[in-house]
Design a protein around this ligand. Structure first.
Ligand code: NAG
Ligand code: NAG
Length: 320
């Protein structure tokens, strides 16, 4: 996520933790959000075994996007700089989102091994809508309702696809869902989201297909790099949509973003790798990501347009 705020990313199923406040005006909302999130965190903490956590109360300020890399202040931070494959092999059966809890703001363990993916998707939709907006990224407003945002045209992997970005994070999440093949109309029915074991199995299959296609090597699968690259993906998404990119100079340099006319668009491989780390951290986590991407959007008009909510065969029980 994150076009503006960066966001996203992430297809974030559940967002907790210190909330990035990007402007003075946002902070009343942020404070309220933090209160609500604190309540949720303590409920959930009761139901969970002890997870990895931060060693201080606020996020590491050196991250390239607020709360997106807390490795230097995390109880398992030393493992951020090794391949996730090796770390998880040393912790069989553990949830990687618990082990690396809050290394990035989207890394947050679910309470149950048989999660309600419909509920986690709705929570993800609402949390992402409420993210503060960075006007510098060309989005003056947060979510105002269905069909209220700018129409974007992506140039992606040789195809031209449009979407209506009703919130800043749509630019990332719509193309991410399309690229992975998780949108409605790309083969996976939203009916399956309600059956957690079946949905996790579908996610595992998607993960296996990704690795068959891309054959990611261990050195490419380092958690800290994954955290830092999220903002880079966001800038490369902006390039694909010919939008101004948000991000600090290191992010823009890594994304090779000089201007909307001189930049490097995001690739299917970038998105696949972002998702594949979630697979390695546990199939319920990749499944949660996939559920969120599926229930919120669909591919229409012969594969040329992405729609949302009532544009789609299935629309979740959430106001829009
Ligand atoms: C996850 O980390 C946050 C931040 O340190 C902490 O407040 C929370 O209790 C942790 N969650 C669990 C389930 O341990
Ligand atoms: C859920 O999916 C599994 C297959 O993964 C199937 O055996 C089971 O009957 C399904 N449950 C429901 C309630 O449909």
């Amino acid at each position: 996520m994150f076009a503006a705020c960066l966001t996203s990313a992430v297809a974030v199923a559940v967002v907790v933790g210190p909330w990035p406040c990007l402007a003075e005006d946002d902070c009343v909302e942020c404070d309220m959000k933090m209160l609500q999130l604190d309540a949720k965190v303590s409920d959930r903490a009761k139901a969970l075994r002890q997870c990895g956590h931060l060693t201080q109360a606020t996020c590491d300020p050196h991250a390239n996007y607020p709360c997106s890399n807390n490795c230097p202040i995390h109880t398992h931070g030393h493992d951020c700089y090794r391949p996730v494959t090796e770390v998880m092999a040393e912790h069989p059966g553990e949830d990687g989102y618990c082990y690396f809890n809050q290394t990035g703001f989207w890394v947050s363990p679910m309470a149950s091994p048989e999660p309600d993916f419909m509920a986690s998707s709705v929570l993800g939709i609402l949390n992402l809508r409420a993210l503060p907006v960075d006007p510098a990224a060309g989005y003056p407003l947060s979510y105002q309702g269905l069909h209220t945002g700018p129409v974007l045209t992506y140039h992606f992997e040789g195809k031209i696809i449009t979407t209506q970005a009703d919130a800043p994070h749509y630019s990332y999440d719509d193309l991410y869902g399309y690229s992975l093949g998780y949108l409605q109309g790309q083969g996976l029915s939203s009916d399956l989201v309600r059956n957690s074991s079946a949905w996790i199995a579908a996610s595992k299959q998607k993960c296996d297909e990704i690795q068959q296609t891309y054959n990611f090597q261990n050195h490419e699968l380092v958690l800290a790099d994954w955290l830092d690259y999220n903002a880079v993906i966001s800038a490369k998404v902006a390039c694909a949509a010919r939008l101004p990119a948000a991000g600090d100079s290191a992010v823009l340099e890594k994304a090779k973003f000089k201007s909307v006319d001189d930049c490097e668009p995001v690739t299917a491989r970038d998105f696949a790798k972002h998702h594949y780390i979630k697979c390695l951290l546990g199939y319920p986590n990749s499944a949660s990501d996939g559920a969120y991407l599926n229930v919120r959007a669909c591919l229409l008009d012969g594969g040329t347009r992405i729609g949302h909510f009532t544009d789609c065969p299935f629309s979740p029980d959430v106001s829009f």
